[in-house]
Write a new protein. Structure first.
Length: 191
């Protein structure tokens, strides 16, 4: 990250902030989508995260801490949204689990960018089932799984973002993955 750009943004330079946040917009949206499981809510949360980041940028002490600081805002914003809708059931009809990178690296032909109608249908169905399984996780596990396995943050960055120690991060990831695997077995994705 450009330290000069970061400092300018901290001093209230809107253009510097816009330039700074532009490279994180996709990350913000994707993390919010994975936590909330709904495109509209993720879009709203993304806008709220950007606004909160702008208003409180002075709280981020160093440019190298920006990404984990931003994830703390994403997490808190999404958890607040989940608390608001507690008891309300929502199901996302959006498709698109995982990044293009992860899909292209896999050896499974259904997950590669093949455009046959059958492979599209299977991929879309798989994506919906995986997203629903992630949505079924308790918020603490869902957040950690999204941060580590989908967004690729390090254990240290997650610990910093969530204000917990690395050991807690590792144990929550292990428990979250176990619950996710159980859910995927229950819906027939794994055997």
């Amino acid at each position: 990250m450009n330290e000069i750009l970061f400092k300018k943004a901290q001093n209230g330079d809107i253009e510097a902030f816009e330039t700074l946040i532009k490279s994180y917009e996709k990350l913000i949206y994707n993390a919010a989508y994975r936590i909330l499981g709904n495109a509209e809510d993720a879009e709203d949360a993304s806008q709220e995260v950007i606004l909160k980041a702008y208003k409180s940028l002075s709280a981020c002490k160093a440019p190298e801490a920006f990404k984990s600081w931003l994830f703390r805002i994403i997490n808190n914003t999404c958890i607040d949204e989940l608390r608001k809708r507690k008891g309300k059931t929502t199901v996302s009809l959006d498709i698109g689990f995982g990044s293009e990178e992860s899909d292209s690296r896999t050896e499974n032909p259904v997950l590669r960018d093949e455009t046959t109608p059958e492979s599209e249908f299977i991929r879309n169905d798989l994506n919906k089932n995986i997203q629903n399984a992630i949505n079924s996780l308790p918020p603490d596990y869902k957040t950690i799984i999204v941060m580590r396995d989908i967004s690729g943050l390090s254990y240290e960055d997650i610990a910093s973002a969530l204000l917990i120690n690395v050991g807690t991060v590792k144990s929550r990831i292990a428990r979250g993955r176990k619950k996710l695997r159980e859910e995927l077995i229950n819906i027939g994705i794994f055997s």
